[in-house]
Design a protein around this ligand. Structure first.
Ligand SMILES: *Cc1c(COP(=O)(O)O)cnc(C)c1O
Length: 476
């Protein structure tokens, strides 16, 4: 083979064949990688090879060495954490993105990247019934979006003085979230210089949603003790159990005390494409920012996090930079997305959304999301009807949290039950047949099943449920 492009064509076709086979056969692999620590590391050469190698050899090693160390997130038997699903339109767009290899940091560095991103954020905003006057921008992750939010709140509150002079005079900020909110909030608070001791974790009610009365009391208490309440992060869909914080009440509190409200709907946000779930955004127009991840439950491969803000100027004033080498003739006329967040360089992620949203259409997306929720309802019913399993909290959207409590445990402690459930989880995951993760609900160890894989069918859920019951019998 002569030219670079001819070789590329041949390999690319081989790879695409492998990719399509993978999609067909993904269920044949153990869903959770079964390797032990170090197994992959020790199979990789100790330095960069002196002489270049052929793609064939590298590809063979990919299959032989790498694949056994892969956990198959796209398997319909993957029920762990939350999904990070993908789809063929997304993968096809990713191929084009990689080929173009553009940086979308400024409008000038690729106008299509900026403008398609603007349009895709409008499509999502409108389809999800988010406030019309909000502006969206793609971030890499919800963690970054939440950090951007806390920093913007800090700058708006300090009149951009912390960015300019440092913290002097602005040392008593407080941030609030519930005990159930994602670890990214604490990380954000640390990075933003607020200090994790100034993150107040509000207790939750019996459904594990933030107790708004306790929030109000904490804020009042902090004010009388010389703190400055800066930001509240409310979760619509917590990571443990998809609990929904009471948005309307929280909005009222934030309004009254002039506190920035950031809403984290990283996983559950996709469901706002369904009119029957849009009531959960009631009051959102009173918040300041909102994030959800199309890279979780919207068929768009990682990374793609949709971040929306009410006050675009505050965001841009916080992050804008303009060194000489970045100046262009269009500055001031167009959006330069490097000023809308932390990194300078930006991938052309809107291309994936454009392919996914157009290919499925709103109806197709809604059908898939509703189907996932129906499958979860089916499983919820099975659990409710079973005499040996119990729901830990009521099902929320496409997540069920449950535990095993056979009659043999009747007079036994919670510790005994927890240890049995931990053992059950371990056995299930070790089998390679299904993959789930756990959380704790009021000191009870509970198994979580999240059902949002792109191609999951009822047959997978039936098989998983049978397997869970069989395995449970064997260990009890
Ligand atoms: C997954 C998740 C996050 C973190 O998302 P990243 O995009 O991985 O940073 C934050 N909050 C909630 C509620 C989540 O479910």
């Amino acid at each position: 083979m002569s030219s670079e492009s001819e070789k590329f064509r041949v390999y690319a076709h081989q790879f695409v064949d492998w990719m399509a086979d993978y999609m067909d056969n993904v269920e044949q692999y153990p869903v959770k990688s079964q390797v032990s620590p170090g197994a992959i590391y020790h199979q990789i050469g100790s330095c960069i090879p002196d002489e270049g190698e052929r793609i064939e050899e590298i590809f063979e090693d990919f299959k032989k060495v790498i694949i056994p160390g892969v956990t198959h997130w796209q398997s319909p038997n993957f029920f762990a954490y939350f999904q990070a699903n993908t789809s063929s339109p997304s993968i096809l767009a990713e191929m084009l993105m990689a080929t173009l290899g553009v940086q979308g940091m400024k409008w000038d560095t690729s106008p299509a990247s900026t403008e398609l991103e603007e349009k895709m954020m409008e499509w999502l905003r409108d389809a999800m019934a988010l406030p019309k006057n909000w502006t969206g921008v793609i971030q890499d992750t919800a963690s970054t979006a939440t950090l951007a939010s806390i920093i913007t709140a800090r700058e708006q509150r300090s009149d951009y003085q912390v960015n300019t002079k440092g913290f002097e005079g602005f040392t008593h900020f407080r941030v609030y979230c519930s005990e159930q909110t994602h670890s990214s909030i604490e990380k954000g608070v640390k990075i933003a210089g607020i200090g994790k001791e100034n993150l107040v974790k509000i207790t939750t009610d019996e459904r594990l949603a933030m107790d708004a009365d306790v929030l109000l009391e904490s804020i009042k208490h902090d004010i009388t003790h010389g703190h400055h309440p800066l930001c509240v992060v409310a979760a619509i869909g917590t990571t443990g159990t998809l609990a929904m914080d009471p948005l309307k009440k929280i909005v009222e509190i934030c309004k009254k005390y002039n506190i920035w409200l950031h809403v984290d709907a990283a996983y559950a946000g996709s469901a706002f494409l369904l009119p029957e779930y849009q009531y959960l955004t009631d009051g959102l127009e009173g918040a300041d920012s909102f994030v959800f991840n199309p890279h979780k439950w919207l068929f768009t491969n990682f990374d793609c996090s949709a971040y929306f803000v009410k006050d675009k100027e505050a965001l841009v004033n916080t992050f804008a930079i303009l060194p000489e080498y970045l100046k262009t003739k269009t500055d001031g006329l167009v959006a330069n997305h490097c000023d809308w967040g932390i990194p300078l360089g930006r991938r052309f992620r809107s291309l994936k959304l454009w392919f996914v949203l157009r290919h499925y259409g709103l109806k197709g997306l809604q059908e898939k999301l509703r189907f996932h929720i129906e499958l979860t309802q089916w499983l919820e019913n099975e659990i409710v009807e079973s005499s040996e399993f119990e729901l830990a909290v009521p099902r929320s959207m496409n997540l069920v949290c449950f535990y095993y409590r056979p009659s043999s445990l009747k007079n036994k402690s919670i510790e005994a039950q927890n240890s049995l459930n931990e053992q059950l989880l371990h056995q299930l995951n070790r089998s390679g047949k299904i993959y789930l993760t756990h959380t704790k609900v009021n000191d009870v160890f509970v198994l979580r099943i999240s059902i949002g894989q792109t191609h999951v069918q009822l047959s997978h859920i039936r098989k998983a449920w049978e397997f869970i019951q069989q395995t449970a019998k064997l260990i009890s």
